[in-house]
Structure formats: C-alpha cells, structure tokens
Design a protein around this ligand. Structure first.
Ligand SMILES: [Zn+2]
Length: 65
C-alpha cells in the first residue's frame, strides 16, 4: 500500500506483514523508487497491485495475503 502521510513525507507499507518504509523528503513520486532500491517489490494479484517488503518478496509471494 502506498501511503502519503503528509506533504513531503510518504511511506510504503507491506501488504503482507505491515512493515513500513519511509524516506526523508520523499513524496508519492519518489518513495517507491527508493523502496525498490531497498528490495521492495510489487506483484499483481486479482487485478490489484500488492506491495511486498524485502522479507515478504520471497518464495511465498504467489500466495495472496
Ligand atoms: Zn512484509
């Protein structure tokens, strides 16, 4: 899930475990590239994009949350 808490402070949360990623000064345009650089991934299931933290983007990723 992509969350924009306030202007200039965005965060991403894992749709499986709820872990969050934040980057100082990031907005909704820049938070995801920053997260991907740390191993975060997306997968498309049931027509919806799901966000996965590095811990959850492994072999179990074919199972919907
Ligand atoms: Zn996770």
């Amino acid at each position: 899930m992509l969350v924009t808490a306030q202007p200039g402070a965005a965060e991403v949360s894992c749709d499986r475990c709820g872990a969050t990623f934040r980057a100082a000064g990031a907005d909704r345009e820049t938070i995801w590239p920053a997260a991907q650089a740390q191993g975060w991934q997306t997968e498309r299931l049931g027509g919806v994009w799901w966000h996965r933290c590095p811990d959850c983007a492994g072999p179990a990723r074919l199972t919907p949350p």
